[in-house]
Every structure is written in C-alpha cells, then in structure tokens.
Design a protein around this ligand. Sequence first.
Ligand code: NAP
Length: 147
Amino acid sequence: MKTAFITGANKSIGFETARQLLQQGYHVYLGSRTLENGLKAVQQLNSEGLHKVEAIQIDVTDQGSVKTARAEIGFKTETLDVLINNAGINGGMPQSALQADISAFRRVFDTNYFGVVMQYSGRFLTNGVGIVHVDVWQQNGRPPARF
Ligand SMILES: NC(=O)c1ccc[n+]([C@@H]2O[C@H](COP(=O)([O-])OP(=O)(O)OC[C@H]3O[C@@H](n4cnc5c(N)ncnc54)[C@H](OP(=O)(O)O)[C@@H]3O)[C@@H](O)[C@H]2O)c1
C-alpha cells in the first residue's frame, strides 16, 4: 500500500489532499500542528468511510517536533511514497512588501522555507519518495509582493 505524509493537513488544501489520496487507496499520515485538530480531521475522514489515516503532530518550525514526527512515522512505516510540504502561512497577505513588518517576513520564512528545509534535515526522505511543495504563493499569476 502506498503511503503519504502531508503537513498542515488538518484543514483546507492539505485536508482535501488527504481525502483524495485516501480515496485513491493511500495510507495517509495527516500532519497537524496540534494533535487535537489532527484527531478531529481524522474523525471527519473516518465518518466519510476513510479509515487508513492517522494524525501526526508536527510544527514545521520546531526541529524537535519534526524529529519526533519522523520517529513516529518511522515506527509505523519503512518508506514514504509521497511527502507533501503543504503547511504554510501567507504572512498577512495582501500587503505591500515595503510596508510589511520584518517579523512577518521572518514568520513566513520560518514556516514556508525553513519548515521545508527542516523536513530534509529530519530525514523524511527515502529512496524514490515523491515530494510536492505547496507553499508557494502567487496572485493573478504573479509573485504576491508589491513594491
Ligand atoms: N489558498 C491559496 O490560495 C494558496 C495559494 C498558493 C499557495 N498556497 C499554499 O498552499 C498551502 C495550503 O494553503 P491553505 O490555503 O490550505 O492554507 P490554510 O487554510 O491557512 O492552512 C494551512 C495549514 O498549514 C498549517 N500550518 C501553518 N503553520 C504551520 C506550522 N508552523 N507547522 C505545521 N503546520 C502549520 C495550518 O495549521 P493550523 O490549522 O494549526 O493553523 C493549516 O493546517 C500553504 O502552504 C499555502 O501557502 C495557498
């Protein structure tokens, strides 16, 4: 059975991705910043008849959390077929890049950039794993920053 791990999958795009992979027969590890929200999402999917899904607590900005999630998944499966880096924030968009507070940039980079790098340092990768990055923002086909 194919396996997938999706970060930020307790709602929105990540949740819908989990649903569709489950419908295709994947076993899904549903990443959620809080376990409580992850378990609620799993309950919702279970109520739709989708059962091959488990909640995994992961905050992609916290190295300890990433390591713990990796260890937890490592106990459950030897390989991941698909890793979806979906967790992301928009940093308060829309706003002008020149007026945005530097702390907004830091939060976005921590989550959308270093959060992805952290997955690599946490060795989520196995031979042949397919990686999907969702956390790239565009507006009307253009980069979102307005100068
Ligand atoms: N919606 C769009 O138009 C659009 C366009 C382009 C790209 N994207 C990208 O697509 C991805 C999903 O977007 P969305 O609209 O579904 O966003 P969303 O509704 O805001 O959901 C984001 C998910 O990421 C999680 N998350 C945020 N920070 C996290 C962290 N530090 N660690 C772990 N999880 C974290 C959130 O968890 P909590 O529930 O705990 O907050 C939530 O589950 C994002 O990466 C976004 O940048 C979205």
